[in-house]
Design a protein around this ligand. Structure first.
Ligand SMILES: Nc1nc(=O)n([C@H]2C[C@H](O)[C@@H](COP(=O)(O)O)O2)cc1CO
Ligand SMILES: [Zn+2]
Length: 157
């Protein structure tokens, strides 16, 4: 009789790879971000990546940065974590205590959104904006709302 496989990927790795796959849909030329929200029963609630609102023609808007907010991509892009929350079609009470897997540490605006929908934990791959103003504010919000956060790495496969 054959034995069951035991070297399966962990839940952390599975959800982070889903987030990573979502990031591959991003059209942002500089930073592609993916997010996957999983509940405490290991069920995926939602997925998102950074992009413009779907009704907006993203060929008509900037993908670069500029001192002019009208010509800056940041003015038009919805962040991956926000999109994951907005894409969710279930009852928000089921998001309580859920974990968001995100390929880049959330900004302060997303931290507020995640806190307000009751996310319990943030797991991230990169923290490339560590120490910047928005990043420090985000960590302050998460900490003060009792939202745990931890980094993880993905093994090469
Ligand atoms: N956690 C995040 N989720 C996101 O979806 N983003 C998005 C906004 C932009 O489209 C891009 C950042 O572009 P840049 O400033 O690195 O060229 O990633 C950014 C962050 C950073 O906090
Ligand atoms: Zn954000």
């Amino acid at each position: 009789m054959s034995k069951k496989r035991s070297d399966v990927i962990s839940w952390d790795e599975f959800f982070m790879r889903v987030a990573l796959a979502a990031s591959m849909r991003s059209k942002d030329p500089n930073t592609q971000v993916g997010a996957c929200i999983a509940d405490t029963n290991h069920r995926i609630l939602s997925v998102g990546y950074n992009g413009t609102p779907s009704a907006l023609n993203d060929d008509d808007f900037p993908w670069g940065v500029s001192d002019d907010p009208l010509a800056d991509k940041h003015s038009y892009v919805v962040h991956a974590e926000a999109n994951a929350v907005l894409n969710y079609r279930g009852s928000l009470k089921d998001m309580s205590g859920a974990t968001v897997y995100v390929t880049l540490f959330p900004c302060n605006e997303c931290a507020k959104i995640l806190a307000q929908v009751g996310i319990g934990e943030v797991v991230y791959l990169s923290d490339k904006y560590d120490g910047t103003e928005g990043n420090l504010i985000s960590k302050r919000i998460l900490t003060s709302c009792g939202i745990r956060f931890r980094g993880m790495e993905l093994a090469e496969r």
